[in-house]
Design a binder for this molecule. Structure first.
Ligand code: ADP
Length: 376
């Protein structure tokens, strides 16, 4: 593996160490820049974008460990190598946790320095290649889903309309058996349409999450909006929905549209998997640094065997004793992805025949965005 211009930055407060590293690396055809402390090193890193950075752990001012974690957070593809005269297992472990690629205890030989430099340049190039492939894969997946869904939507809608025309006897009178078969076809077509719609919204929302910047907004109006959107479905099923709030404005950072989709899905499920006359209670609370939203229903509940799988794609926990419902089994997997994209989590608690509670935990503030993949 070749890198045309290889640039190494050596940050060490000992001049002799900087000089000897420079000599060894320049002989191995590296370009080398050096800095005597953390602050100067950080400036050079920003200005020159080196491939690898050697960082002495013990330096006056900005500590090596702080500098290391700063660089690793800003650009995990930069190969950071910690050098120290006080090598302990603890400091090595801590440095790796902060994102260091490697660890080089003093004293070291010229050969060791060269090997470490090459090894980590190779790791960096692999990391960059992996990032590119990952981005390419995501782009292809997104395009594929969107293309397939768009291509499928129009013909499916047309088939649905033809079925309706025939069912309305507009193409001549129907025998009972024919009507029955057509009703089944209509049911399957509606299911396919729902699947295509879910796919589309999944790709659209995931695309948004990757691009969107977090914005602060009030959570309670959002929850009310989700409940209002489900109200017609709830009226039809005679399910009562109540919402209790945290009492004051509770602001959250995140992608509002994506989170609306989350609550819409959970409240709609709480209605769908419920009996006539059932109840759904939605509660919004602020606890410490997080927002907790619970959606509790007294509907069918989920069996213990089904519980581990409800967040899996396409999983539907239906038994013969339950009324037939249509669905794709994609809703909860999308909910989980969206909540996790907000650094939150969603849990489920349920007892068959008694009801189900979904709880969404979301941090009030989103951590600063870092690159999606982690350093090796
Ligand atoms: P869908 O509703 O399209 O089937 P979901 O991913 O939203 O897909 O849900 C997966 C499965 O989890 C559902 O098929 C249902 O069996 C179960 N489920 C989800 N929410 C509830 C709930 N509130 N009560 C009972 N079962 C539920």
């Amino acid at each position: 593996m070749e890198a045309a211009e290889k640039l190494a930055l050596v940050i060490d407060d000992e001049e002799s160490m900087r000089d000897s590293c420079r000599q060894v690396l320049e002989k191995a055809e590296w370009q080398v820049i050096t800095a005597p402390d953390g602050a100067a090193g950080y400036r050079l890193y920003r200005e020159c974008a080196p491939d690898i950075v050697f960082i002495d752990l013990k330096m006056p001012g900005l500590s090596g460990m702080d500098l290391l974690s700063r660089i690793a957070a800003e650009d995990p593809s930069v190969a950071t190598i910690v050098i120290t005269g006080y090598a302990t297992v603890e400091s090595a472990v801590e440095a790796m946790k902060q994102g260091a690629y490697d660890f080089l205890p003093k004293p070291f030989t010229s050969a060791e320095l060269r090997v470490v430099a090459w090894r980590n340049l190779e790791k960096r190039l692999l990391f960059i290649k992996n990032q590119r492939l990952q981005a390419e894969k995501e782009r292809m997946q997104e395009n594929f889903v969107t293309l397939v869904s768009h291509e499928m939507r129009a013909p499916l809608a047309a088939v649905g309309q033809y079925i309706e025309v025939i069912l309305a006897d507009l193409a001549g009178p129907l025998a009972d058996k024919q009507r029955q078969i057509l009703l089944q076809m209509q049911h399957k077509t509606e299911w396919l349409m729902a699947l295509v719609k879910e796919w589309l919204s999944m790709s659209r929302i995931q695309g948004r999450i990757a691009l969107a910047d977090s914005e602060p907004f009030d959570i309670e109006p959002l929850v009310h909006e989700a409940v209002d959107l489900v109200a017609p479905q709830a009226r039809e099923q005679r399910v009562q929905i109540s919402v209790s709030g945290s009492g004051g404005p509770a602001r959250l950072e995140g992608d509002r549209e994506a989170l609306l989709h989350v609550f819409l899905n959970l409240v709609s499920n709480a209605v769908k998997y419920n009996h006539h006359g059932g109840e759904v209670q939605v509660a919004v609370e602020t606890r410490a640094e997080q927002m907790v939203v619970t959606i509790r229903d007294n509907g069918w509940g989920i069996s213990e065997e089904d519980m581990p799988f409800v967040f899996d794609e396409f999983y539907r926990a239906q038994t013969e004793r339950m009324p037939k419902t249509t669905g794709t089994g994609l809703g909860l997997s999308i909910v989980k992805k969206l909540v996790e994209a907000h650094h939150g989590r969603v849990t489920v608690d349920s007892a068959l025949g008694e009801g189900t509670t979904f709880t969404v935990y979301l941090p009030l503030k989103q951590p600063r965005k870092v690159a999606a993949s982690e350093a090796p």
